[in-house]
Design a protein around this ligand. Sequence first.
Ligand SMILES: [Zn+2]
Length: 512
Amino acid sequence: MPGRIVGRCCPLFASVLFTLVLLVAPACTRTGASGAPIQFRPTAAPRAEQGPAQLVAPALTVLDQPPDRPLYTLNVTLDYDNGALHTQEKIEFRNPTGLAISEIKFNVPPARRAGAIDVRDARIFGQAQPLAFEVTSTVLSVKLPAPLPAGAGIALAFDYVLKIPLQEVITGIGGDDSSRGPHSLTAGHWYILIAPWENGDWYTPGYTPIGDNYVSEVADYEVNILAPEGIIIAGAGEESREGRLWRYSLPMARVFAFGASPVYQIDQIEQDGVTYIHYTYPEHRKFTEAVLYTAARAVALYSELYGPYPYRTLRIVETGRSQGQEYSGMIGIGTTLYDGYPGRGARHDLIATTAHEVAHQWWFHLVGNDQIRSPWLDESLARMSELQFYERHYPRDVDWWHQRYIGASRPRGSIDLPLSAYPDGRAYIIAVYQRGLLFLTDTRRRIGAQAFDAALRDYSQTMAYKMATPNNFFDALARHTTEDLTDLVNGYFASAIALPCRISDNAIGCRR
Ligand SMILES: [Zn+2]
């Protein structure tokens, strides 16, 4: 049973003195007057790889002990009134390319808006000399002073100011996952992210106006956010707080996101070792119990079906948007989704969207995928999870759910196109969310619910913390059934899929 609701009253904000920041953040130091940015203080001199540093050019220094996966340290000073984040970012990582490289590329999603980000500095952490860099569209390229050997680790530091855009009015699904409205600010994929390395190049896909145009691999995050007095921060992961300084630790994550607001009302419940925390505007606090229990029941069901939820906290954060959004250890619920909820029952977008976004903790966060090339892989599965949530907890509402989210007529469109191939948001939703669900329910009917559930669990566990491809999904199915799925795949997919031989009746070209 869920635990009882615990209200957290508005935190008492003590003003933070400069010295307090030094005390609580030993790896950082803050300079200047109140409101000046938190800054790094080098704690260890990096090892020189190529002799003494030159007078003008920076030396290439490598890490003695590079982390197994990228470690991001983000020191953020939030200027809430102006929607500006001054960030000092350090990324420690290992050269992932298998080659000696002289250039490293990063994805910077907010840079798709001209002037949104002002990158002031890039350098090897601890070095006196900056590095040459350029920002072109949404890609930041940094030139190293000498080739970084394959497998060697490096720490790069960036200093930038980002202006979070005002909330767009859009129909459908897409747009920025970082935005600000009259009551809150949301920062999703807002920082400089190392680009994945694949097929001999950095993967820098750029912006598309529909869907989630982000691809990120698993990394660890340590985040310090200095907020103005009276601003509540809702960040993902383990939280600790000293006055205006909010600190978060989020390991093994696809993204670090946070919300900020002067009006957030905070409620939480605890269930099975997970704390669910809901941040909502005052007018929607009356729905907090429904949202929290929906999230807790969804996590319990999906943990049973797919494997355990990987964190001890899940934050559910109201945003100024009109859609839900998944992040690691956190989901965003757009403010319009609360409209008209009667306060009980599941026949409403608020409940369905909460169940859907929670499912992305498995299909996006745990099992990663290329959301730009294969958006169906997480979205169709998240919708399937939503259906499973209704089947388990609201069986009498399953028909309502089907009518509302899938519709009575058979939707059209190939489910497996990249984001850029769908002409508009409506076509994307019909193909990926509606028809994608039908592909999965047809598959379940064909192979049986038991084999289907076993395959989903297998897929989740096998591909945890990796980037899954459609082949990985079909391979998981083939480990639990020998039913021929050729006709279903031909009917729903545009691209030629080489199915495993076990589920294609040994078709020519099948994968063994
Ligand atoms: Zn989704």
